[in-house]
Every structure is written in C-alpha cells, then in structure tokens.
Design a protein around this ligand. Structure first.
Ligand code: GDP
Ligand code: MG
Length: 720
C-alpha cells in the first residue's frame, strides 16, 4: 500500500485534514522509544487504499526536539511515497520555513494550502498556481475545518504517487556564498554510496553546514573512509561562510531560508486592505515599491558612482612624500618613477628599453591603474550586497529585464560594467555575474555587459567629442549612454532567442533580512576579489602587451632615407621625431595589418591609422587615444591630455563629425578588451565564449558603424 505522511507546523490543520482523508479508519499509538503520539489511517479513493500518517507538528527539522527528530526520521527512514506539508495560508511566511526544509530533503512533496478562508478574511491572497510553479510541487488550497478541497487534495496525492504530476521540489538557494559551499559538499557526498543511498546530497551538505549532530554521527558511521575528509571539508566550508558573513553558520543558513521564504511571499502573496498595514517589513514596502523603488535605486547607484570616482580618482587623500594623491594618481606616480628608473637604458639598448617601458611597465601599470577603482567599487558593492539591498534591486528590475532574456540580478553586472554611463569596468562586471545561478542567464549577461560604457571608453569619447561636437558634450554622452543600453538589450534578446536558447525557469529571489555589513569580512571579501583581478588579469595582459608591442615595434624601418622613399605617400621626408615614430609604426606588422584592413574598414570610414589604433584598443580601449596620437605623428598622447589631438583631428580634412561619431560607436561596441576576454574565459569556463564574445561584438560594431557612416553619407552628412 502506498503511503502518505502529513507534515506541518502545529495548528496548521494537519489533524483536521487527516481526519477528512481517513474518516473513521484510524489508529493511535506511539513512535518506538519515545512518547510522541503516532496517528495512522487509511484513505480510500476510487477503490485505491493509501496509508496516511499524521506526523507531529514541528516548526523546523533540526535535531533539537523529539518531535522534530521523529518527523524528520520518518521522512528519511520510512520513505513515504509522498509528503503532504500543510501550510497556514494566513501565516504563510512562517510555515514556508518548514516547507523549505522538507524541500531540502528532496522528498516528494505536495503542499496543502490550508486556512485559505482565514487568509481571505484577513485580505491575504495567495496565488497558489504561482507558488506551485516556483517551487516545482503541486499546491492544493483547502479548508481543513470544513473539508473544502479534500477531494482534490486526495486526487492530486494519488496522481503524485502514480507519477503523473511533478513532485520533485526545486533546489533551495541560500545566496551565492553559501550555495557554492553547499554545491562543493554535496558533490563530495555524492561520492559516498552508502550516504546517497539514504540521504539527498544537498540536504546532507546543508545539515553539515548547520553542524547537525545527528547527521555528523551518521556521516561518521556510514561514510567509511570518506567520512573524515567530508567532515573536514564541512568544517572548512563553515569557516569560510562565517568569515564572509561574520555570523554563526547555522544562523546564516536559517536567515537565508527566511530570505527564500520572503522571496516566495513577494512573488505569490497580494495583500488587500488592512492586511497591508499588518505587514511588518516596512523597509521593503518602500524599497520594493513600484514607483519609489526605482527612484531609490537611481539615487543609491548615483551615490555609489559618485563615491567610487571621488575616492579612487579625484580626492587626493593618500599622503606620499609630502604631497597628497588620489589613489589612482599614486599608482600612476609609482609607475612613472619606474619608467624614469629605466630611462638610462634607452641609448644603450633601445629594444630592451622599449620592451620594458612600453610593454612591461605601461602594461602592468595600465592594469594596476584600475586597482584603486576596482577595490573601492567592490567594497561598496559588497557592502550593498551584504546589506541585502542588491537582492531588492534585482527584484525591482526582474520583470523588465526578463523581457530581454536577462534577469533581475543581471543588473548588478550591468551597473558595475558602466551601465550608468558614468564609467565602470566590465571585468568586475563579468565577475559579478557569479550571483546569477542559472548558467544561461549568466552567459548572456556576461556577453552583453561589455557593451556598457566603461571607464576606458570615456577618454576616447572625450577626445572625439572635443574634436567634433565641442558644444554638445552632455547631449552626446547621454546619446552614447542610451545607445549602449539599446545595443545591450537587443543583443541579449537575440542571444536568448537564437544562440543560448531556453525557457527562463521561474525561481525564487531570496530577500534576505537587512543587515549592517561587517567591515572585516567586507575587506576580506573585497581583497580576495581584487587580488584575483590583479593576479589573473595581470599575467594575461602582460603577455598580450609584449605581443602587441612586438607587432608595433618590428620590423624597424631599415633607415630614415630608405623609409621616406618607401612611405613617401604617408610621411614627408625630413621627418621630425614624432613623424619618425609614425613612420616606424607604419612600417611595423601592426601598420601593415592596418593597411591590409583598409579596403574593408573604409566602408565604416576608417583609414589605416584608425585601424592600428583600434587594433591597439583590443588590449584596452584607452589605448585608442594614445595610438591614434602616435599614428597621427603627434608623439605619445596621454589619454588625459588629448586636446591637441582633438584639435588636430578637427582640422584634418580627412576627418569629419560623421567619422568621429562612427568611431565612437565602434569603440563602444567592438570586442571587450583582453583583460575582460580573459575573465570571460575564466568565468564561462571555455575559450569558446571569450572568442564568441570578441567576434560577435566586433561584427555588430562593424555593421552598426557601416550603417551609420553610409547612412550619414547618403544624408549628405560629412565629406567623404
Ligand atoms: P494540527 O495541529 O496541525 O493538527 O491542527 P488541527 O487540525 O488540530 O487544527 C487546529 C485548529 O484549526 C482546529 O481548531 C481546526 O478546527 C482549525 N482549522 C483547521 N483547518 C482550518 C481551516 O482551513 N480554516 C479554519 N478557519 N480553521 C481551521
Ligand atoms: Mg494535530
């Protein structure tokens, strides 16, 4: 005979439902060895007989009370065909806490949404279809005292037992720091056959993290040789979580469960009339409000950017050798000194000097120059994350972003990448996609985040706007900001539709309780993230830099006379030092490459000089300004001091505003820089997506630029 176990909080209405299901066919006894009452009966439906057990009422499934142990062991040891969890719809959040724990056990589950009459009277409306969709288990509304819904309940139970409806609950999520540990432990546990034969690996993992003594005992008993390693891994995981969250691990997990329950409530429960006044979560009422929420969001993000840029690049607050520096300037100062230190090499070993100063120092300096910015950004974003606010942001924007194939939490990555037009960086942006659990959502976000206007694109925009749109600075920046979002959202939509296809699975967004972040764990966490950036990105960009340097350095023109003969069309003879540099560049592999591309890129309005600059921009977008300066025979142009290059471009008959605009759009959209590419590779786990990202964005950039340039020409804008 198939068996059903009825679980639930005390007073949820279990016994009432049990009585309706079994009628008079009941027996009462005790569970072996304990004084907990055991009630059993038989339900009949269309000639079928199903045994029903009324489990003791519990609020939780820890190992602290006899009732909890009895209920939990019954579900594990007796393995009923179905667990019916009775929830009080008028008090849903608290009752979901137990339901979530049964979900963790991976037991076949059906929810009886009881007391819907009381809920209705109190103005609480529960969308049970949505609840069922979110949790992946059937939900049947009932009124236990009157017997309403009993027939449907029994029918659904039979269908569930017969395998006609899905009863496997979705995996509960606890926020990414905890989830990562749960995944690792669960995977370890999967390797122990005696354990997985009995327990769900994820449940074991969660219980080990909670330090459940019963489970630890069982692991030691059944785990055999694997037990010590598993228990040790669990201890380490507990430490990692406690270090990050600054709180006891079992408390953290309990909190995350409440967060999960709160997320379900937000999705499935509508409050009408005075019930709204009973809602205790006053902060969420304001923060998640449909109108106020987005306004607060804009305020918070604006404040974030203001602080990040002030602290890391504008306010001079780091004392150093009698002066005060902004952290970014301090790093720059350091690398300038380094460059000075090797300057003596130049006459003796020009190639070595160029390698050290142009490729190594400039390259590493370029990467490390971002560190103060990234550190501050990570620190503040970690603080927002730990406080619980980011979860609300994702919640507010979820619906809009889903239309485009993204999801609520994608917004974090987009903002970090520069989604506010105020500058950011796609490298931490791609890292921020870690908060997305769904692999496809993660990939899509990672592929569109680099379209945002990161800090490295700003010098290019600044230079070109100064050259061609000197009186429209604000309008142009706004236009570029809007353009980046249009491209990103359209790309996301297309990717979801044609490339990374798949239904977006409904999921619960955890709404963890608000918290004051713990400074120590914030700093630690931020340091870990920053160090990873320095280490991984630093090694890769270094290698790429040396390569690009070689391409722009070799082969050297044989001698000046010879060069002016061969490149007379490009540079006049009697070249100045700056012209000689341009000359050498034209002669290098990079120069030849730029010329080879010209027949294609001319449709977008780019000549060979622009091509070289753009190839340099693959390394880092701000390189475009410097390289363009070099090829325009201006000598090295620092991104900050580009006025002269702007004037030069404005006066050059080969240039016009249309070309300038096309170039800005190309720089915005084409390939993410190498650091970002390396991070995409790391985070997506394969070069395939890194290369795809580079290829598809460069193609989109080219198509867009050709459309803009040719369209502009057709409209009579710009002189060819
Ligand atoms: P248990 O502790 O989970 O076994 O809960 P009981 O079945 O003993 O029910 C507790 C109380 O709630 C009893 O007074 C029931 O009559 C009442 N009750 C059960 N279900 C409902 C319901 O759906 N609506 C209302 N209004 N009362 C209910
Ligand atoms: Mg009872």
């Amino acid at each position: 005979m198939a068996g059903i176990a009825i679980a639930g909080n005390p007073n949820a209405g279990k016994t009432s439902l049990f009585n309706h299901l079994t009628g008079a066919a009941q027996s009462v006894g005790n569970y072996p060895g304990v004084t907990v009452e055991r009630k059993e009966g038989v339900a009949r439906f269309n000639g079928r007989r199903v045994s029903v057990v009324d489990l003791p009422g519990t609020y939780s499934l820890t190992a602290y009370s006899q009732e909890e142990l009895v209920a939990r062991n019954f579900i594990i040891e007796d393995g009923p065909d179905l667990v019916v969890d009775v929830l009080d719809a008028s008090n849903l959040e608290r009752h979901l806490y137990l339901a979530i724990q049964i979900m963790e056990m991976g037991a076949p589950l059906l929810l009886a949404l009881n007391m819907v009459d009381v809920a209705k009277r109190r103005g609480i409306q529960v969308d049970h279809a949505k609840l069922s969709e979110l949790l992946g288990v059937p939900v049947v509304p009932t009124v236990g005292s009157k017997g309403t819904g009993i027939k449907e309940l029994l029918q659904r139970c039979i269908e569930a037992i017969d395998g006609k409806v899905a009863v496997s609950p979705r995996a509960v999520t606890y926020g990414h720091e905890v989830d990562e540990e749960v995944d690792t432990l669960a995977e370890l546990a999967t390797g122990v056959p005696l354990l997985v034969a009995r327990y769900s690996p994820r449940w074991l993992a969660v219980k080990l993290l909670e330090g459940d003594p019963e489970v630890e005992k069982k692991v030691a008993e059944l785990g055999g040789e694997a037990a010590p390693a598993l228990l040790e891994a669990a201890r380490k995981a507990v430490k990692a979580i406690e270090r990050h969250c600054g709180d006891d691990c079992s408390t953290v997990i309990a909190e995350r469960r409440y967060g999960y329950a709160a997320g379900i409530m937000r999705e499935c429960v509508t409050l009408t009339g005075e019930a709204r006044e009973m809602n205790t979560d006053r902060i969420d009422r304001i923060v998640c409000n449909r109108f106020l929420g987005p306004l607060i969001l804009v305020g918070v993000v604006a404040a974030l950017f203001f602080t990040v840029f002030k602290v890391s690049t504008e306010w001079a607050w780091v004392p150093w050798f009698g002066g005060w520096y902004a952290p970014v300037d301090w790093v720059e100062w350091f690398f300038e000194r380094l460059a000075d230190a090797v300057a003596g090499l130049e006459p003796r070993a020009p190639i070595l000097h160029s390698l050290i100063s142009d490729a190594l120092i400039a390259g590493v300096g370029g990467v490390l120059g971002f560190v103060p910015l990234i550190f501050t950004m990570f620190l503040l974003i970690s603080a927002l994350e730990d406080s619980g606010y980011i979860a609300r942001v994702a919640f507010i924007l979820d619906r809009v972003l889903q239309t485009f194939g993204l999801q609520g939490k994608s917004i974090l990555a987009m903002i970090v990448s520069g989604g506010l037009g105020a500058g950011g960086c796609a490298v931490p942006g791609v890292l921020a996609t870690r908060t997305l659990r769904e692999e496809k959502d993660r990939l899509i976000t990672m592929l569109v985040a680099p379209f945002m206007n990161c800090g490295a694109k700003l010098p290019v925009y600044a230079m070109l706007i100064a050259a061609f749109f000197p009186h429209r600075h604000t309008q142009m920046m706004l236009l570029l900001w809007a353009f980046s979002w249009v491209v990103a959202l359209c790309a996301a939509w297309v990717l979801r539709k044609f490339v990374i296809r798949g239904e977006q699975t409904p999921f619960v967004m955890e709404l963890p309780p608000y918290h004051v972040p713990v400074l120590r764990s914030l700093l630690l966490h931020t340091w870990e993230r920053t160090w990873m950036y320095v280490k991984k990105a630093g090694t890769i960009i270094l290698a790429i830099n040396v390569l690009l340097w070689a391409l722009m350095y070799f082969p050297q023109p044989p001698d000046a006379a010879n060069v002016s003969a061969r490149f007379q069309a490009i540079v006049p003879s009697h070249a100045s030092e700056a012209e000689q540099a341009a000359n050498a560049l034209a002669h290098s592999y990079a120069g030849r490459f730029g010329r080879a591309l010209e027949p294609i890129t001319q449709y977008a309005g780019f000549d060979w000089r622009t091509n070289i600059a753009l190839v340099g921009g693959f390394m880092a977008k701000e390189v475009v300004v410097g390289t363009l300066g070099t090829v325009m025979a201006m000598g090295d142009v620092e991104p900050g001091q580009s006025e002269t290059l702007s004037q030069r471009l404005a006066g050059d008959p080969a240039w016009n505003p249309l070309k300038g605009f096309a170039l800005m759009i190309f720089v915005m959209v084409y390939a993410p820089c190498f650091v970002c590419m390396a991070v995409i590779r790391r985070e997506s786990g394969s070069w395939k997506w890194a290369l795809f990202s580079t290829a598809y964005s460069t193609i989109i950039a080219f198509v867009l630029t050709v459309l803009i340039y040719q369209g502009g020409l057709a409209l009579g804008l710009g002189i060819p």
